[in-house]
Each structure stands twice: as C-alpha cells, then as structure tokens.
Design a protein around this ligand. Structure first.
Ligand SMILES: *[C@@H]1O[C@H](CO)[C@@H](O)[C@H](O)[C@H]1NC(C)=O
Ligand SMILES: *[C@@H]1O[C@H](CO)[C@@H](O)[C@H](O)[C@H]1NC(C)=O
Ligand SMILES: *[C@@H]1O[C@H](CO)[C@@H](O)[C@H](O)[C@H]1NC(C)=O
Ligand SMILES: *[C@@H]1O[C@H](CO)[C@@H](O)[C@H](O)[C@H]1NC(C)=O
Length: 536
C-alpha cells in the first residue's frame, strides 16, 4: 500500500514535470477560447457537455493534417544555441496543439474548476507511457483520450486506480505503416524499397516525433559475453557511461546492443546489421550515429555541426586525398560514423555488407581489397577497407554523398592524444582563471551553450588551425588496437599504455561532466580524485 502510493507520487511528479508545457498550452488555449467570446464558449460548453457521452477514441478523432511536421528535409536552419533549439522544438510542438484544440470544441473547461487540482488528478490517472518517454522526446500531443479522461475525472472528482493502457495506446493512429508489412525486414538479406516515403508516412502519423536535422540515435555495443580481460567489463562500463553522459547532455538517444544480430557477421562487421535494424526501429531518427565501444567523448561540450551535413548522407572521419587518391585503408575510420536514416542509407549498408564475411564471395573480396587498397596487405576483408573500396569504386553513387570530416576529431587516435591531455587541462584552466564568464555555473542542460562561450574565447586565445587544434580538447578519443574487452591488443602497444590511456581519457571526460554538478577531477591519473569546484 505504502509502496503503491509512493510509486504513484513518483509517477505524479514525473508526469507533472513532463506535462508542464502541455498545461501552459492548455492555459493558452483557454485564453484563446475565452478571448473568442464567452457566449460562444458557454454555448458550446453547455451543448457539448449535455449531449456528448464519453468520447470514444481515437477513431472518432481523425488525425489533423500533419504535413508540416512530416518533412525529413531540414527546414529551419540549425540554431547554434541549444536553448534556441529546445525553444524551437517546443514551439513546433505547441502551435499545432493549439490549432488542434481549436478544432476540437469538445473539450470544455468547467468554469469553476481550479486548473491545478483537476489537471493533477487527471494526470495521475494517465498510464506511464508519458512518464517513460525519454526527457528529450517532445511531449506527445494529448489525444482525445487524455482530454476525455480529464473531463471524466473533473466530473467525478475522484482518483481512479491506475488502469491498464487501452488498446490502441493514446495518440497512436490506427493507420497501417511499414511495420504492418510482413515483407519488410529488419535484416540485411532483404532490401527495403521506398523507405523515404514509408518513413515519411510514419512521421505524418506521429508528428510529435518531427524529424529535426539533429535528431540522433547513437548506437554502440559490445559482445554478448563477459570480457576475457579481467578489467575489461569495468572499462566497458566506463566507456558506456561516457556515451550516456554525452547523449544526455546533447539530447540524443542511445542504444547499447549486446546481441550478435547476424551470426556470420561478428567483430567489426557486427555494426552493419545493427545500424540497419536501428533505422527501421527508429524512423523518427534523422541520423544513426555509430560509435565503437572503445571510443570516448573527450570534449563533452562539442556538438557536431549538423547543418554542415545537410547535403550528405554519411559522415565519416577521413581525408579525401588518402581515400580517393591513395586508396589507403587508414584514410578513414569506420569506427565512428553518422548515417542518415534514408533509402540511400539502407542501400549503402546493403552494398557495404556485400563485402562481408556472410557472403560466399568473401575470399574473393579479401583478395581484391588486398590488391586495391593500400596499406592493407594481410588479414580478411574488413569493414574499413571495404568502405574505402565502395567510396572509390562508385564515387558518383556514394562518394558525393559522403562527408569526410577532418576539421575536428570525429575520430581521434588515442596515442597522439593522451600525452596532450595535461597541457590541455592547464590551458583551459588558465583561460578560466582569466575570463570570469568561464567560471560561471550553469545547468547541465546548458552545457552546449556554455561550450559555445568557451569556444569564443578559445578562438580568440588559441586559434583554430591544424596546429592549434592540438591545443584543444579532442572530441572523440578512440582506442584503436587496445581491445579493452578481449585483451588481444595490438602488439605495437603495451597493455599498460592502453589501460592508463583509457582511464586518463575517461577521467578527463568525466571531470567535464562533473563540472555541472559542482565538482571536478583535479588529477586525471587518479580515478578517485574528485573535488568541489570553487567557481567564483
Ligand atoms: C461547479 O461546482 C459545483 C459544486 O462543486 C457543481 O455543482 C457545478 O456543477 C459546477 N459547475 C460546473 C460548470 O462544473
Ligand atoms: C490514415 O487513415 C485515414 C483513413 O483511412 C486516411 O484518411 C488518412 O489519410 C491516413 N493518414 C495517413 C497519414 O496515411
Ligand atoms: C606541455 O607544455 C610544456 C610547457 O608548456 C611543453 O614543454 C611540453 O612539450 C608540452 N607537452 C606536450 C605533450 O605537448
Ligand atoms: C587518489 O585520490 C585519492 C582521493 O583524493 C587520494 O586519497 C589518493 O591518495 C590518490 N592516489 C594517488 C596515487 O595519488
């Protein structure tokens, strides 16, 4: 009993905080409602209240025209400041809500009802679907159901026990989508056609997931079993925490997978079927961002410049000359990439997977790649040389849509980075000592905005040339060759240097995360070292 009420109180608190914007818009709606003429309102209210039995849903409530939200094309320029972004999405979310309520005079507001008590009691009854939404997801539009419930509870003025969610769930239109097509497959062996239209249709039916140019699902993962390296699991946990931190701060979603989705595509190939499945599972995501489990975000404030990638469908760290002229297999790195959720993306994954170990031609591909790709003269066909091969072979079809990013460390090679971290820390500290604005506290949600301020000072003090970049925090530090889980590290490095490097990078990143919580890590070599920050 006590547990029940505790749970209810918790759910209530979450629902209240999530629903605050909805209540604001309700209030706004009410103003519009009454502004339009109290007589009309009263008439409608009486007419509807007396004639309408509880509103069946959602059939009786056909979806409003949703075209404005359906576009997968970036429409509004991407604002630099994150708070502007959230503002924008809040607006995008709210205006149709108001329009929709205007169309729905069946939602009277009893005049002697105090909004706070009635709304909280009705929201109490809402199933946990709302509160389980990730914080970054824009609030779903209230369906007719939530309003009819609201009215019921304000009439009855009592708390019903939580009910099982009805079928279909609120706001989920009954139109069939690609999910109902038995021929559409999550796996790579059956290609999907017309994906952009299918995704579009789904988005029209779920406009609250409007595809903004920077709606990202980050995908990463590790092997199903325990690590053979005794410290491997702890390291993977730290790498995972780092990604969770980064995604929370930037409003991205994160999927960590530990299942091998295609039995013949292990190792570096395992991400292909996973990214493919993620596209189908997340039609709302504009980008699927793959990142290897052994890569860490070491500049927590940095956000990729999504507006730069408008005309591109794949963003990979790399150097055009090394890829297209030298055909060098280290001209790019396949351990971190962003791929647009699109027909192009699906086709690209299909073509990429055709060079993989699950195909009967695998031996042939290995041979071909050895002769064609420089720097690659041993080992099986790997995903990275296969990627170089694809780009070079069909530059018209693929290459032109691929952005080889090297203006920041989308993939930073750890050995070149780890030694610099102390100097970078010192440089940032000096800058903070000098500039009062960089010693200000801020909410964690404002980390990206704060990063913009820091960027401004860094541009002034440090510069942005290739040499100056080394003086800044590297965005991603990738421990290629370290194999934290399997312990089969590349013999070019010692395990100690890998191990130390990983902890240093992860402490370095965690210190940045802790700043928003009022703490810092004075010694990045010491995992236990933590201190309250003085600020000003
Ligand atoms: C206002 O409250 C009274 C008593 O609580 C109730 O009888 C009446 O029906 C309510 N009026 C409206 C418009 O809800
Ligand atoms: C959903 O189904 C209704 C009724 O069949 C139809 O009028 C409407 O256009 C469909 N909406 C979409 C987005 O397909
Ligand atoms: C760090 O800074 C010191 C002094 O400014 C310099 O001598 C040293 O070479 C730098 N170390 C690295 C790895 O850049
Ligand atoms: C690491 O930090 C902890 C807590 O500040 C401290 O007690 C410990 O002595 C430090 N270890 C080393 C090796 O400096």
């Amino acid at each position: 009993m006590a547990k029940d009420s505790q749970q209810r109180a918790q759910a209530d608190a979450v629902a209240k905080s999530l629903l605050r914007p909805a209540r604001l818009s309700l209030l706004a709606d009410r103003l519009v409602f009454f502004g339009c003429g109290a007589a009309v309102a009263l008439f409608l209210y009486i007419a509807l209240y007396s004639s309408l039995t509880p509103i069946p849903f959602p059939d009786s409530n056909p979806s409003p025209p949703l075209a404005s939200h359906a576009s997968t094309q970036p429409q509004t320029p991407l604002p630099d400041h994150p708070s502007t972004i959230s503002h924008l999405s809040a607006q995008q979310n709210h205006s149709p809500l108001l329009e929709r309520q205007d169309e729905q005079p069946s939602i009277p507001t009893p005049q002697n009802q105090t909004s706070s008590s009635s709304s909280s009691s009705s929201y109490d009854d809402d199933p946990p679907t709302v509160s389980s939404k990730p914080e970054t997801t824009p609030l779903p539009k209230p369906s007719s159901r939530s309003f009819s419930r609201r009215r019921t509870s304000s009439t009855k003025r009592r708390r019903d026990p939580p009910k099982a969610p009805p079928n279909p769930p609120p706001g989920d239109p009954q139109n069939s989508t690609f999910y109902d097509d038995p021929d559409l497959s999550y796996t790579l062996d059956r290609s999907i056609s017309d994906w952009d239209a299918k995704r579009h249709q789904w988005l029209r039916l779920h406009p609250w997931f409007s595809a903004t140019p920077d709606r990202v699902l980050m995908v990463t993962g590790s092997k199903p079993g325990q690590c053979s390296n005794p410290t491997g699991d702890h390291l993977l946990l730290r790498f995972y925490k780092n990604k969770a931190d980064y995604c929370r701060i930037h409003g991205f979603e994160l999927f960590y997978n530990m299942a091998l989705l295609h039995p013949s595509m292990p190792g570096c190939w395992a991400k292909l079927p996973l990214v493919r499945a993620a596209m189908v599972a997340h039609p709302e995501a504009e980008w699927i961002w793959w990142i290897d489990e052994d890569a860490a975000f070491t500049d927590i404030e940095f956000r990729p410049p999504f507006d730069r990638y408008r005309a591109h469908n794949l963003v990979v760290p790399g150097y055009p000359y090394m890829v297209y002229e030298e055909r060098n297999w280290i001209g790019l790195n396949a351990g971190v990439f962003l791929i647009r959720n699109s027909q192009w993306g699906l086709d690209f994954l299909d073509s990429w997977a055709r060079l993989g170990p699950q195909t009967p031609n695998y031996k042939k591909w290995t041979k071909l790649l050895h002769s064609e790709i420089s720097g690659k003269d041993s080992g099986d066909s790997d995903d990275q040389s296969a990627l170089v091969h694809l780009l070079v072979k069909d530059i018209k079809r693929w290459g032109n849509k691929v952005y080889l990013e090297n203006s920041y460390d989308l993939h930073g090679y750890w050995e070149a980075i780890i030694g610099r971290l102390d100097n970078i820390t010192e440089r940032y500290k000096r800058l903070e000592k000098k500039e009062k604005e960089l010693r200000r506290r801020h909410a964690e949600k404002d980390t990206v905005g704060f990063g913009g301020t820091r960027e401004w000072y860094l541009d002034r003090e440090v510069g942005m040339g290739p040499a100056e970049r080394k003086k800044r925090r590297p965005f991603v530090t990738h421990f290629t060759g370290c194999q934290p889980c399997s312990a089969g590290h590349n013999p070019a490095y010692t395990w100690e240097s890998c191990y130390e490097g990983m902890h240093r990078a992860l402490n370095f990143a965690d210190g940045q995360v802790l700043r928003a919580y009022g703490f810092g890590r004075p010694d990045i070599n010491n995992i236990s070292s933590v201190q309250p920050l003085p600020f000003d």
